[in-house]
Design a protein around this ligand. Structure first.
Ligand SMILES: [Zn+2]
Length: 149
């Protein structure tokens, strides 16, 4: 079986969770995305697939954390410079705004990160996911510094 995008032989399909849509993403060994139907057909034809992740809060937070690293470049090194608890405070600010009756479109004064990192147009659930990922990043920063719970 071959990729419909580039013609490469399909050897395996990696299944991940998209933290923005809370849906599964099927990606081929040639890095092309497959529809769920095409991925199912490839699996039936014997193409190896990794485990199918459950779509849970923890999985969405982990996927968002990975997205922040890969797409936005917020790596362990850049997070290590945020030593005043900025990541945890940013999560707090998102949760605080989540309780507002109207969407908080601009970063509040207490927002400790770059103003353009405020997720102004995101849904309540999306803000919870982003806040969870910021907490995970803060935990990672403490672990990287050698701390233990
Ligand atoms: Zn391909």
């Amino acid at each position: 079986m071959n990729c419909t995008e580039c013609g490469a032989e399909l050897q395996h399909i990696t299944i991940t969770v998209d933290p923005r849509t809370a849906a599964l993403v099927f990606r081929t060994n040639c890095e092309h995305e497959l529809s769920a139907d095409d991925a199912r057909a490839a699996w039936r034809a014997g193409v190896f697939t990794g485990p199918v992740p459950q779509i849970t809060g923890a999985a969405l937070i982990a996927a968002e954390r990975a997205r922040q690293v890969v797409e936005e470049g917020h790596t362990e090194d850049t997070d290590a410079t945020l030593t005043a608890g900025e990541l945890a405070w940013a999560a707090w600010a998102l949760l605080d705004a989540a309780g507002a009756k109207h969407p908080v479109e601009q970063a509040p004064q207490v927002w400790p990160l770059a103003r353009d990192r405020w997720p102004a147009d995101k849904s309540l659930l999306r803000r919870y996911i982003i806040a969870g990922a910021l907490i995970a990043a803060e935990i990672d920063r403490h672990l990287a510094a050698g701390e233990t719970p």
